[in-house]
Every structure is written in C-alpha cells, then in structure tokens.
Design a binder for this molecule. Structure first.
Ligand code: GRF
Length: 231
C-alpha cells in the first residue's frame, strides 16, 4: 500500500499532532508523517515530535518582513520535506491566497467547534455563554477564510450543565484526537473527495458510530471509536 506523505503544521503543544503521529504508526494507515513544522521555535510540540522520531523544522514568522515571504518559506519547507498533504494542528497563522491555492484540497485543519458555528478563538467560552447543548469539532479543507472550507468529518460532544471552558475543552479535545486521524485516513486513502466545495465520501467507506459524521472504519482491530468504548 502506498502511503501519502504528510507534514504537520503546529504552533503550540501538539496534542493533535501526537494523535496523527500515533495513527501513522499503524502499518495499514494510508499516511506517514514526514515532517513537523512550527512557526514558533519554542513550541512544545517540536520536542514531542522529535521524541517520536519525526524530523522537525521551524519557520519563524517573526523573522520575515511580510506574510507573503513567510508563506513562501513555509511552502518551500513543505516541498523540501516531500509533503503531499498538510495537516494544520493548532497552527495559529492565517495563510495567504497563493499558499492556500498551492495546497488546495491537500491541506486540512481541525477546529474545536461544529463549523460553520463558532469560527475563530475562544469557542468553548462562547458555546457556554450561548447555552448551546451540543458542540464538537470539525476537520475541514483549508480555504483563505479562517475556519472555513469543505468539511471532511465532525464529531459531536455534549455540553454538561456544570462545564467550564476547561472541562468542555478537554472533552472536545479528546474527540479531536479520535476525529483527526479518521479524517486524515479518509483523505489519504482517496475516499474523501472535494466536489463543488463539499466533501463526498462513498457510502461503502463509512461505518456510522453515533455522534460521528461520517462514521469511520477502525484503523486496526480495536482502534475505532466504538471498539474503544466511545459513543
Ligand atoms: C485544538 O483545539 C485545535 O482544534 C485548535 O487548536 C488546538 C490545538 O491543540 N485548532 P494541540 O496543539 O493540538 O494540542
């Protein structure tokens, strides 16, 4: 089986990055991580990646005179790494039109809300403020508009009456760690395709565990959300 070469872009702690690295350890996962790139030299995720045996690079946005120059250097670093797909995982920079066009339908992002609701920062605070009962997370293809683009997969997460932004954020993050590898598998395997700014996934590629859309097959025995005891 050929595995798609994936680079991960981070800015911080890198827990979603770690979830992707772990998923790619499985031999029958259709992707491998070839590089982790941070725009912040001190990002804790860089250490985690190195300890996992993944090559890292830093493209420090503060050292560039313009956004275009930063985007061009990032693009070059991705191409040098041989990346075919890019996964943004807590990457806190908006990318310009040329960069986004160059990686169109080959760049994913994860966001901690059920898009198109609650784009931007402080999602959990805003969800709690609004009294929303169900929130979640979304993996989508990147477009120039922040937190917008064709949706690959979503997981719903209940909001509890006594939730704080931290407790809700932890519950959503747990769902993110399960959702992102499933979404990457759908994209890397070619099962998920963008058609007219929507993602089409053939019915045969879906298994419908509750709270997930589309449902995903297990990456290996016991690795799926249902087998892992989540619902
Ligand atoms: C996650 O909540 C992700 O959805 C958002 O930024 C956070 C990154 O966390 N885009 P981590 O660095 O993956 O731990």
């Amino acid at each position: 089986m050929s595995r798609r070469k994936v680079a991960i872009l981070i800015s911080g702690r890198g827990s979603n990055m770690s979830a992707l690295i772990d998923a790619c350890r499985c031999e029958d996962f259709p992707a491998e991580i070839v590089r982790v790139i941070s725009n912040r030299p001190g990002a804790p995720g860089l250490d985690l990646a190195r300890r996992a045996g993944i090559a890292t690079a830093t493209v420090d946005h503060t050292t560039f005179e313009s956004r275009d120059a930063f985007d061009a250097a990032l693009d070059q670093a991705l191409r040098e790494a041989g990346a075919e797909l890019v996964c943004n995982a807590g990457f806190m920079r908006l990318l310009g039109e040329a960069f986004v066009a160059g990686w169109r339908d080959r760049q994913l992002n994860i966001h901690p809300s059920l898009l198109p609701s609650y784009r931007g920062l402080h999602t959990h605070e805003r969800v709690l403020h609004d009294g929303v009962r169900i929130t979640g997370c979304t993996v989508h293809f990147v477009r120039t508009e922040m937190d917008a683009g064709p949706i690959v997969a979503q997981a719903a997460v209940p909001v509890c009456g006594d939730d704080t932004p931290d407790t809700l954020g932890a519950r959503v993050l747990d769902a993110e760690h399960r959702l992102y590898p499933e979404a990457l598998r759908l994209v890397a395997s070619g099962a998920a395709r963008v058609v007219g700014e929507k993602v089409i996934i053939p019915a045969g590629k879906r298994v419908p565990p509750s709270l997930y859309s589309p449902g995903a097959e297990a990456a290996g025995p016991g690795a799926g959300p249902e087998q892992a005891g989540h619902s």
